[in-house]
Design a protein around this ligand. Structure first.
Ligand SMILES: NC(=O)CC(=O)C(=O)O
Length: 302
């Protein structure tokens, strides 16, 4: 494994996209328009280095929709990928948008189909040249049943990913996950142990689980790994079948919320300061105090 890049200050923009409906072309156009505007800069006019879209931004969120909206991506880690030959209209649009803006783009997630008939919930990542350089397939599927509140079963139509993923930029190593993945501390812990200084998960909690756990989980993942942690949600649409929580958020490594939106379409710009990462680890040095002699099983996989 290559050493993580030196952690440098950078500006992160989380696009809490609204207007996600049944019309895929309209969803894609809106995403592109908002990313282009975001790339022009936030309140200070500073151009972001990395723009993030939410989970399932090109389709309504629900297990019945995933196979209908799924696209073939055909990305294999470590192998060259020619976007011009991609069968995925979403990949082509995201790649072109990253290239046009000259900004890193974490393209939320989209339903992906593979030749074996499986469907995944997949994030794609583009460098400022528009190259697709990483993907992450949601590992932990969102199967829950809270009587009287919410029942959701992604596994009706989705298959869980089988790999953990991160990507390197010129300013940080960034760990990937999607939404429900945040409930499984191991994924972020492994990313952090592999050198990620920040984890970013597109996610779509809902109006039941969001108020309970959205902030708590992100701050917990940030503190237990002493990393920055961010999640980017769609805006809430009460006319949609699934009511996203919104509240896209960034926590610093001390668990302090350094930016949070409300539930409407909006963009969160946050300047990420590596000094907070270094001082958290120097002041409370848990990253060097682990006792794998006492809990050796936990170290497996690291
Ligand atoms: N939508 C998800 O994947 C997860 C979620 O809403 C939750 O964990 O709560």
């Amino acid at each position: 494994m290559a050493a993580a890049p030196t952690f440098k200050p950078f500006t992160l923009a989380l696009v809490q996209l609204g207007q996600i409906g049944a019309d895929k072309a309209a969803n894609l156009k809106h995403a592109r328009d908002v990313v282009l505007k975001t790339a022009q800069g936030g309140p200070t006019g500073k151009k972001p280095d990395l723009i993030v879209l939410p989970e399932c931004f090109n389709s309504p969120y629900g297990h019945v929709h995933f196979p209908v909206y799924a696209e073939t991506i055909g990305y294999e880690p470590g192998q060259a990928y020619d976007v011009a030959k991609s069968e995925s209209e979403s990949v082509k649009l995201l790649s072109a948008t990253a290239k046009e803006t000259g900004v890193w783009l974490l393209g939320g997630s989209i339903p992906e189909k593979t030749p074996d008939g499986k469907v995944y919930n997949t994030s794609t990542v583009y460098n400022p040249q528009g190259e697709l350089i990483a993907i992450h397939r949601k590992v932990h599927l969102f199967d829950i049943d809270i009587p009287g509140k919410i029942k959701f079963k992604e596994s009706e139509t989705l298959t869980g990913g089988t790999t953990m993923n991160y990507f390197d930029t010129d300013f940080a190593r960034i760990g990937l996950g999607i939404c429900y993945d945040v409930r499984f501390p191991e994924l972020a812990a492994v990313s952090a142990r592999k050198g990620a200084q920040i984890c970013i998960y597109p996610g779509a909690f809902n109006t039941t689980t969001g108020p309970l756990h959205w902030e708590l989980l992100q701050r917990a993942r940030a503190v237990d790994n002493q990393i920055f942690f961010a999640m980017c949600s769609p805006a809430r649409d009460l006319n949609a079948g699934y009511h996203a929580y919104g509240h896209s958020l960034v926590s610093d490594p001390m668990g302090k919320i350094v930016g949070e939106l409300q539930h409407k379409e909006d963009v969160l710009f946050v300047d990420i300061d590596p000094e907070v990462f270094h001082s958290a680890r120097a002041g409370i040095p848990v990253t060097t105090q682990r006792r794998f002699d006492v809990y050796p099983d936990v170290s497996k996989g690291f």
